[in-house]
Design a protein. Structure first.
Length: 166
């Protein structure tokens, strides 16, 4: 049962990534020769997602074909905990997606990463502080300073805070 659901989820991810890759190919190209167009990074990320989901799909199909014996009953508490973490991650991602335009990229990505680490049960304070900060600085440097891709700055007080960094 578990392998079948993993095959279905991998297939869904593959189909969604293919569709989004098609959508990203319709983005308008940049008119400036020295700037990267808006479709480059989504296409790179989606291509990686497609490759990884195909790899997972193949692995799960092979695993499903190899499993002919009935598996013993598994501990359902670990499966329930994984499902709870999945639901929390989906809710957090949706909140991030809707809130980034109001709160701004810099603050929202810091909060998102910290909450995501807490969902994953990371308890070490240095990891909870340094990982989100360092990843935010790297993303800020790449997308804003190198590629000149505008990221959401927020509204109200969040816009004022974002202007300090842009």
């Amino acid at each position: 049962m578990k392998v079948r659901s993993e095959i279905i989820i991998s297939g869904i991810i593959l189909l969604v990534a293919c569709f989004l890759f098609y959508v990203a190919s319709t983005f308008p190209q940049s008119r400036m020769a020295d700037q990267v167009g808006p479709a480059l990074w989504p296409k790179i990320i989606l291509l990686l997602i497609i490759i990884l989901s195909v790899t997972l799909l193949i692995q799960f199909v092979i695993q499903s074909l190899k499993e002919k014996k009935a598996r013993p009953k598994e501990d359902l508490s670990a499966e329930k905990e994984g499902f709870r973490m999945l639901i929390l991650t989906v809710i957090l991602s949706l909140l991030y997606g809707f809130g980034v335009s109001y709160v701004g990229f810099l603050l929202s990505i810091l909060v998102f990463q910290t909450l995501f680490l807490l969902i994953l049960k990371v308890t070490k304070i240095p990891v909870l502080v340094l990982y989100p900060l360092s990843l935010t600085v790297v993303i800020y440097a790449i997308f804003i300073k190198v590629l000149y891709i505008p990221l959401p700055r927020g509204t109200g007080i969040f816009l004022t805070i974002s202007r300090l960094f842009y």
